[in-house]
Design a protein around this ligand. Structure first.
Ligand SMILES: [Zn+2]
Length: 485
């Protein structure tokens, strides 16, 4: 199985976001494996907003159909069709259906000629996609009920296999955990709509994350990505993987997370005899030092690994090194075109950590060179730096260097970078910077873990894995359910 990262919940100017759908897809295509725009198409039970003129204007017509999406749906269909390149980039046609009473749901379609679906209730929405190759996926589920939180009593996992557990709103896993909701008018994070509550109620549902961003920048770092294990990068393979819940959620860093129970992958419901062992195997390959890895069984942490930073890093192997650029006031907008090169070692991979504004791209030409083009600055976002993390394979002597305009502007060995980070500001005062982060040794970001459990607590137990890195980035595996054989 291959691991793919994408995001399937971006809004554009067609509803209440900014920007053109075509630009959004171009951003996604530059740094993701798959992508879907999911503009608001209808909010059937939106209030009248009698006293709020601005709200009345903003949401005019939304109870029936969001005008921009309705008018240009054929363009969205054509955009998804034109940008689908099997093996390279996968698009999905999608729309949002948001509801005060039933919560917000996105409808994803396997085919790009599907019409918009409208409904006045969740059960009507489910009926509208009956017989259609579609999935209905809820998000920001933990807002208060009747204020766009999800009432799990009405949820049907036969209509949608996964839930969006993290987005720019925060984490919906539990109301006690990190990443609280960010202070939206929809209210605080409440227990009734959390994902743990869904699991406690017995729903069989996997996890993804996606941004719910409104700036036409799919995959914006720190806003959530969906990770999918699939045999190939095409619509049918990803679709099947989503239905199998071979998926997990990350906040931003593309942490590789394997979670198996008795040799079966995440997302499965399996049978085990009374007293028979449940061998849990976890593989984590992160982008920073791991802080802790936890197994949650039936809503409770039953095993925790920590102290990864106590391990001694080796002198050879893999190292993670962050490369940043930005940090300028002048010029207001700067175009970057530079390369990152290694000598005495190679790049086993890299991850992009791009955010709006601007357009950013990283392209490898062979295992020793990464070419980066990027536009930073402008408003909003100002001098916000952009970043690529390298997965360097080598020794302490392996060199990492940045070449800009034919000049080496920053150069260091892995050994030096394990000791300290380095910056270069070759453009004068407030003119911008390059930065190499401190290196992280493999012993700190990679772990193979095993644990065994034998006890049935319920007729059907569920387990999932949670990973936190030192930099605050996190991952949540889809659960595995264990039933009595
Ligand atoms: Zn949304």
């Amino acid at each position: 199985m291959n691991l793919y990262f994408g995001e399937i919940h971006t809004h554009t100017g067609l509803s209440d976001g900014r920007g053109e759908p075509a630009d959004a897809v171009a951003v996604g295509k530059a740094h993701l494996d798959f992508c879907a725009l999911a503009d608001h198409a209808q909010s059937p039970d939106l209030p009248d907003f009698d006293e709020w003129e601005s709200a009345r204007d903003r949401y005019a017509g939304w109870r029936e159909a969001v005008p921009g999406v309705k008018a240009r749906w054929h363009e969205v269909q054509a955009l998804m069709r034109a940008n689908y390149e099997p093996g390279r980039f996968v698009t999905f046609l999608a729309q949002e259906w948001s509801s005060m009473g039933w919560g917000d749901h996105n409808i994803y379609y396997l085919r790009d000629d599907e019409p918009l679906r409208f409904a006045s209730s969740l059960s009507e929405l489910y009926a509208a996609v009956e017989g259609v190759e579609a999935m209905v996926i809820p998000h920001h589920t933990a807002y208060p009920l009747r204020h766009r939180g999800v009432d799990w009593a009405g949820f049907d996992s036969a209509k949608g296999p996964v839930v969006e557990i993290f987005s720019r709103h925060g984490s919906s896993e539990t109301e006690q955990g990190p990443f609280p909701y960010s202070g939206s008018a929809m209210g605080p994070r409440c227990a009734a709509g959390t994902v743990q509550r869904a699991l406690e109620l017995g729903h069989i549902v996997g996890f993804i994350a996606s941004s719910d961003g409104h700036d036409s920048f799919p995959g914006s770092y720190n806003s959530g990505l969906a990770a999918v294990y699939a045999p190939a990068l095409d619509r049918e393979s990803l679709w099947e993987a989503l239905w199998q819940r071979r998926t997990y959620a990350v906040t931003g860093d593309r942490i590789r997370l394997d979670f198996g129970l008795n040799g079966r992958p995440m997302g499965r419901v399996i049978s085990v005899g009374d007293g028979q062992p449940r061998r849990i195997e976890i593989g984590v390959d992160g982008w920073d030092c791991l802080d802790r890895v936890e197994i949650i069984k039936n809503g409770r942490v039953v095993k925790r690994w920590a102290g990864f930073d106590l391990e001694r890093g080796g002198g050879a192997g893999r190292f993670k090194v962050g490369v940043e650029w930005g940090y300028h006031a002048f010029p207001e907008e700067r175009k970057w075109s530079f390369s990152v090169e290694t000598s005495g070692g190679s790049m086993a991979g890299y991850q992009t950590c791009f955010q709006p504004p601007g357009f950013h791209q990283a392209r490898d030409s062979g295992p020793r060179r990464l070419d980066i083009s990027s536009t930073t600055g402008g408003k909003p976002g100002g001098a916000r730096p952009q970043r690529v993390d390298l997965d360097v394979e080598g020794t302490l002597e392996t060199e990492v260097a940045i070449r800009n305009d034919g000049e080496w502007v920053l150069q260091a060995s892995v050994g030096e970078l394990l000791g300290e980070s380095m910056a270069s500001m070759p453009f004068g005062v407030y003119g911008g910077a390059f930065y190499l982060s401190r290196a992280v040794a493999e012993a700190h970001f990679r772990a193979e873990l095993e644990w065994q459990d034998t006890e049935f607590e319920r007729q059907r137990d569920y387990y999932y894995v949670r990973v936190f890195q030192r930099n605050g980035q996190a991952a949540w595996s889809s659960p595995i359910w264990v039933e009595r054989a």
